[in-house]
Design a binder for this molecule. Sequence first.
Ligand code: HEC
Ligand code: HEC
Length: 324
Amino acid sequence: MLRPLLATTLLLAASTAQQFEPATPAFVFLQQPPLGLPKMPTADGYVPTVGMFELGKQLFFDGVLSRDRSVSCASCHPATTGFAHPDKLPPGIDGKRAARHAPALWNRGYAPVQRWDGRSPTLEAFVLEPIADANEMGHTVQAAIERLNAESPWREQFTTTFGTKATPEALQRALATFVRGIVAGDAPYDRFLKGDPTAMTALQRHGQWIFESKGGCWKCHTPPLFTDESFHNTGIGVVAGKAEPARAHVTNDADDTGKWKTPTLRGLRLTAPFMHDGSLSTLSDVVAFYARGGNANEHLDTRVQPLDLSAEDQRALVAFLLSL
Ligand code: HEC
Ligand code: HEC
């Protein structure tokens, strides 16, 4: 009996160790973050409840919020691909496409502002915006609320959870509470830091060293979330030396031209393609992009410069990214 059991255990260990394995989103993470992550903040002092999380989860996976019920949050943020979409630009209502790549939703509850250009000030403010986006859910918040109240199972759930029928505020709370439960931690990297020397391979540790030394990646992708939640110009999307307005569209400051929000590097194993326009298909492409110094343009960040990385160094960096 012992032998087959041992063999199975070893097999499991070999397939799960040294690579990030996603945890199912759960309410418990709002109170007890996974290894390596800080405590999840909540907005303006509200107390999240399991009921809000469960209602938010149902709404996230249901088409009810879109005009013709064909699009849910999950259509663009499928759980199986780390809540990012495998297309460069994800499909929305009426065969349209969203304007930007749908990012992974890991640890977005920690982010002070939402979207690639940061134009949505809070998670609560943001979660209603896809509903009214003509390329995404093609509805209005008002009409979505009316529909939820016209359908008794939804109306009853809102009443049980919030003590009122559906309102924009209650809908915001439910969706935002669910998104706060989508976390990525307890990865090989975190276990290694905690003191398990076998959690990362030698190649991954070499990659970590490059990340923290000559790669300079940590300057913007700062642990433990591997983002500084700030905005930088790396040259992605530059055409003929010209960058899009990006963050400058929000701040009206020309210095912010071509600056996009630093995405988290956690859970990357599942979330290709990469960048705000989905233009890089693999992590090797991303590392090669940085190795050559990004894309030249007038506003390129001074921290993005050609790097002296051998083929082995580049493979090591990719291996390290898979440990996050
Ligand atoms: C049609 C596709 C589509 C649908 C439907 C959609 N999203 Fe998104 N989501 C995106 C895209 C594209 C972005 C990036 C938008 C931007 O940066 O301007 C995004 C961004 C986000 C972000 C911000 C992440 C960050 O790092 O800034 C969150 C949170 C999010 N979506 C949650 C949701 C929720 C909740 C719903 C359902 C109410 C939803 N999305 C519906 C495509 C979609
Ligand atoms: C100056 C700040 C800065 C530095 C330094 C930096 N990055 Fe980034 N990184 C960004 C920004 C900003 C983006 C998003 C760019 C965009 O979408 O246009 C990004 C995107 C990425 C992505 C794509 C993630 C996703 O989900 O789309 C990966 C992977 C990545 N960086 C890895 C690295 C590595 C590895 C290094 C070091 C070699 C590095 N970065 C150095 C700011 C930086």
